[in-house]
Design a binder for this molecule. Structure first.
Ligand code: PLP
Length: 348
């Protein structure tokens, strides 16, 4: 059973189909029909994505993935606001934390939001805000725990204080209902939602300086030839994720129940479920008593293909679980299971 869908997903057949059928010509070519077909297809895909997210088409930038989106948004804002104060939660993905570590080395004033509470909310944030705070970055859903933070409330509050809000929504897209219109800056990734790898989206505004310079593609926000196949594939993946979101969430819940029943039957009291509230239905963080996660996953990889939830090794345990006050033993027992609604899990 492939149970590592929060790491990456298999492309959906309908995604492969639209990618195969899409035009190969360069979006910026002018004089032949194939180029016009490309323009039509890319414009339609961009419009479709903007409509699904409720954002303006001119704010959508295609990147190589969410790592680049996070880099673009944070570095791009800093370039125009280097004297400002920044706040970021310590449980963010490495592609956010590493950017702030780098900016701090250049002199950026950054405060890390730390809490042992499961859900990050406005009360954790307010005491950290200074007069010159201009930018806050808090992920919508954590990739290791599946915990959903109160990002909509945070976004509304920050708007009232005239502070820009960035949310890494990679693990939220298609897994929880979110009003994306509330956020100033958003990072998304296609390969977590049954789309192709190598493409992401950054929702930006004019305060973001470009990360990649070159020709004038994407309103000068990001140079480089547009990736036709990846863009139409991502657009189709967003259709799958959001057109039937309610049904998808129910399907994830069903898969979750199935897997938990299977685990309970096989592990009994040795199964510990780490988080049960305020979580997305597709991520199950568990511990198996007295089992070291890496050894268990290697030994059982023919049956269960999952991960420890982070790329950290036994010698450097998950900083996310540490932030939740887990002991070293609990961290070394933790396994992240992440589900697909398109797999049958025939073992039952
Ligand atoms: N942010 C989160 C929360 C993630 O889970 C991931 C993927 O692991 C990323 C960012 C990076 O995404 P990408 O693989 O598209 O660079």
């Amino acid at each position: 059973m492939y149970l590592d869908n929060a790491a990456t997903t298999k492309m959906h057949p309908t995604v492969i189909k639209v990618m195969q059928e899409c035009s190969y010509a360069n979006y910026n070519a002018k004089y032949y029909d194939e180029a016009l077909k490309t323009q039509k297809e890319i414009n339609a895909a961009t419009k479709n994505i903007a409509k699904h997210l409720g954002v303006n088409i001119k704010n959508v930038v295609f990147t190589s993935g969410a790592t680049e989106s996070n880099n673009m948004i944070i570095k791009g804002f800093y370039e125009n606001n280097s004297q400002a104060h920044y706040i970021v939660s310590e449980r963010e993905h490495k592609s956010v934390l590493a950017v702030f570590e780098y900016l701090a080395s250049l002199g950026c004033d950054v405060t890390y939001l730390k809490t042992t509470d499961d859900v990050i909310n406005i009360n954790h944030l307010i005491p950290l805000i200074k007069e010159n705070t201009k930018f806050v970055s808090i992920m919508a859903v954590n990739n290791e725990t599946g915990i959903i933070n109160e990002v909509e409330e945070i976004a509304k509050y920050l708007k009232s204080r005239n502070i820009k809000f960035h949310s890494d929504c990679v693990q939220a897209l298609g897994k929880v209902k979110i009003n994306y219109q509330l956020f100033d800056y958003i990072s998304l990734s296609s390969h977590k939602i049954y789309g192709p790898k190598g493409i992401g989206i950054a929702i930006v505004d004019n305060e973001i300086a470009p990360l990649i310079h070159g020709s004038s593609q994407q309103n000068n926000f990001r140079a480089g030839t547009l990736a036709n196949e990846l863009i139409v594939g991502f657009s189709q993946a967003i259709n799958l994720a959001l057109d039937t979101l309610d049904d998808n969430l129910l399907a994830y819940q069903k898969q979750r129940q199935k897997i938990i029943t299977f685990l309970k039957e096989n592990l009994g009291d040795d199964l510990i479920i780490n988080f049960s509230h305020n979580i997305v239905p597709n991520i199950i963080s568990i511990q198996i008593a007295d089992e070291i996660n890496q050894l268990f996953l290697k030994e059982n990889s023919a049956i269960i293909k999952a991960s420890t939830g982070s790329s950290c090794s036994i010698t450097s345990p998950s900083y996310v679980l540490q932030a939740h006050n887990f002991t070293k033993e609990q961290i070394n027992q933790t396994i992240r299971i992440s589900l697909s609604i398109y797999d049958e899990y025939k073992i039952f």
